[in-house]
Design a binder for this molecule. Sequence first.
Ligand code: NIG
Ligand code: FE
Length: 399
Amino acid sequence: TGSTGTSTGTRGSTAVVNIGSLVTNDAGHGEGPLGLLRDAAVVFDGGRVAWTGPAHQAPAADEQFDAAGRAALPGFVDSHSHLVFGGDRTEEFNARMSGRPYSAGGIRTTVAATRAAGDAELHANVARYVAEALRQGTTTIETKSGYGLTVDDEERALRIAGAHTDEVTFLGAHIVPPEHAGDPAEYVRLVTGPMLDACAPHARWIDVFCEEGAFDGDQARAILTAGAARGLVPRVHANQLSYGPGVRLAVELGAASADHCTRLTDADVDALAQGGTVATLLPGAEFSTRAEWPDARRLLDAGATVALSTDCNPGSSFTSSMPFCVALAVRDMGMTPDEAVWAATAGGAAALRRTDVGHLTPGARADLTLLDAPSAVHLAYRPGVPLVSAVWRQGARVV
Ligand code: NIG
Ligand code: FE
């Protein structure tokens, strides 16, 4: 409790009262690891959380919203998506569901479509998927380049991404594009040289798809190290399709996150448990590629920090729904509902090294998702049901 909010003068205070079950992720303040408060209220002021506590003690506010006993949680933090793309891959999905395997090679289809798309079309696509995510309760979303793969197309993708979100990742090393297929080393020189020069000012993060058919451990190390030297913080697409060096490289380089983590050795699990790198699991990808599920239970039992994200992209996971990912993680990856809710909020914030989102401690950004359900357990219990009934972002009602 206690008031830390300061009024901006442009936005009055709001009290959301009569919340039946409130996930604060402020473990010291409420029940259990989610810091659950019952019959609670949240007061927003100046775009920040000013107060949380029992509804009957809520301080007066300019506006009041009656949650009518429903559940609320911090807005979802989706720390991994690929929203800057042209076209789609319906045919590839269709063929896969008739038995064809997924391979990284499909990325080339989207690279061609993205290069051919105009800026307005790409802006409209990103805006559409960010809005779609918001309607499903996502108030922070990271997104990547990676379907341009020329200096100009990667820079363009990052500029477009940056118009829609602050969490922008340079993924020039998604695959080696067809025009460099004969000389991958030359493409790595391009990515670590002129492409990085053009892209570094527009991104916060650098990512590499470290995988057979994409970039090996040495190439990934060279690219991430070059990015780090330019102030970009590493995150890695690691151990998705095969066992490989990605996870251990991520931990060694102090990456914020190792993403996918589907195929892990005991040494990989130990590295994640002991290092400061978050394991970000992307169940939409396993769902849409009919692949083995990542073993969240094994990571949690070892002591790793786990995040859940959508990986929204037209090839391997064309969902923008964090509730869907929570449901899959609970049903198929051994997570409890509480663990999955934490991973989709506070876990995503950890993967983005953000302390202002993913929780509702006074001073946090006023991002709140209200569910048409009595508790957040219903995200997994009622899969596929559009439970998100209202969303506030920076204290403003946006859904
Ligand atoms: O995270 N793994 C690499 N990148 C994406 C897939 C992109 C695509 O298939 O277009 C992923 O799954
Ligand atoms: Fe991805």
